[in-house]
Write a protein that binds this ligand. Structure first.
Ligand code: ADP
Ligand code: MG
Length: 398
């Protein structure tokens, strides 16, 4: 789960990270009110969407010459103008994709006089099984280019979970950023605060870009924080930070039924139980020359409710030209699953070819139920057969 910059900054400030003052705003009036509470004379109005690259982004409605989603303002009138430009409009950045994201909230924060911008991030390094600190002197808006063109400018320091963070980690971060004296101490302090926040919230990522020197102080000017979804049950307070308007509607609906669903680019909708089987199903669709429209794991006990919800979610995607159901009846018997599939197919008024492969307990009863349902369900014997059949069905439609 990701959160907005303003939420991330409030959170990190609680762990002792130095963050400039600021307030969230949902309307132009609130944005001006927020600026009034700040000391000035420089304000920054920032679009709050779950994507980076806002500074260099463009608003669809404003044309190519308009400024992006992070704007400096020197007066309350300029704050108002910036807020009017952004709210309700669609910001397109390198991270949003061409559709962009509608801006519904702003963050109005203290503008600082930047001397230097750094990059500092914490993430889980799966290779070493440790939290890794990634630091670079090349902070600002183009870290992707730095990583690509000059990877030697990016330093990685991993932390042994048995010792936790030690003073030498802070010193190494400061050295990687080319800092000495008091600024080095501040950088070490920030690193410690971010590490504490990372552990304390079960984060999956904390990215500060830029971490800046401004007015002789190290400050967090941008923050992107994501949490490990599997640990969120331990943090009801963090769950309240979820902004469902930022999530894909189909993925959101799926999460309500405890379905693991991820939208993909292909034509064949997949409904499978078990993540491994789902991966294999996607692979074999590709092997037969087409692409899956989604990953969907209905879980071990594929109940009728779940199967129906899964059908509806798959069919809500206009790209889906056919559906492949591949279910192993282990915990759940094949006859029960078949009843669920028939009921769901009737309820959603199935409009695309449907190939079903069942295997496991009571498989013959399951196949009989599908065959006598009166629906145009194409049965398949094994996974290879199922993939061939759904690809042939979809290709036959043209
Ligand atoms: P994004 O990464 O989405 O483009 P940032 O928050 O990093 O958004 O802002 C982009 C740039 O705007 C920063 O690299 C920094 O130069 C500038 N900036 C951001 N916040 C402030 C601030 N409070 N004061 C002055 N400049 C800022
Ligand atoms: Mg940034």
């Amino acid at each position: 789960m990701n959160i907005h910059e303003y939420q991330a900054k409030e959170l990190l400030a609680k762990f002792g990270a130095p963050v400039p003052a600021g307030f969230a705003a949902l309307s132009v009036e609130e944005a001006v009110e927020a600026a009034r509470k700040l000391p000035g004379p420089l304000y920054v109005v920032k679009a709050q969407i779950h994507a980076g690259g806002r500074g260099k982004g463009k608003f669809k409605e404003l044309g190519p010459d308009a400024r992006g989603g992070v704007r400096l303002a020197r007066t309350l009138d300029e704050v108002e103008a910036a807020a009017k430009d952004m709210l309700g409009n669609t910001l397109v950045t390198v991270q949003t994709g061409p559709a962009g994201k509608q801006v519904n909230r702003l963050y109005v924060t203290d503008g600082v006089d930047i001397d230097k911008e750094f990059y500092l991030a914490l993430l889980v390094d799966r290779g070493t099984g440790r939290i890794a600190i990634v630091a670079s002197t090349e902070g600002g808006m183009d870290i992707e280019t730095v990583a690509h063109d000059t990877p030697e400018k990016i330093h990685t320091i991993t932390i042994d979970p048995a010792t936790g963070i030690q003073p030498h980690h802070g010193r190494r971060v400061a050295a990687a950023l080319g800092l000495s004296g008091d600024l080095a101490k501040q950088a070490a302090q920030v690193t410690g605060a971010l590490y504490k926040a990372f552990l304390g919230t079960d984060a999956s990522q904390i990215e500060i870009n830029p971490l800046a020197i401004a007015g002789g102080k190290i400050q967090v000017l941008d923050a992107k924080v994501g949490f490990d979804g599997n640990a969120l049950f331990r943090h009801p307070d963090l769950m309240e930070l979820r902004d469902e308007t930022e999530e894909d509607p189909a993925e959101l609906e799926a999460s309500k039924y405890d379905l693991a669903y991820i939208k993909l680019d292909g034509d064949i909708g997949c409904m499978v139980n078990g993540a491994g089987l789902a991966m294999a199903t996607m692979d074999i669709i590709k092997l037969n020359g087409m692409f899956p429209a989604n990953f969907l794991d209905v879980g071990g006990g594929a109940s009728k409710e779940k199967v129906t919800a899964a059908f509806k979610i798959i069919l809500s995607d206009p790209a889906v030209k056919g559906i492949l159901v591949n279910i192993f009846g282990g915990i759940m018997r094949c006859d029960i699953i078949a009843e669920g599939i028939v009921a769901a197919a009737k309820e959603v008024n199935l409009s695309v070819p449907l190939v079903v492969r069942l295997e496991g307990t009571n498989v013959q009863q399951g196949k009989d139920i599908l065959a006598s349902s009166g629906l145009a369900i194409v049965p398949a014997d094994d996974l290879g057969d199922a993939a061939k059949k759904i690809v042939a069905e979809v290709k036959a439609l043209g």
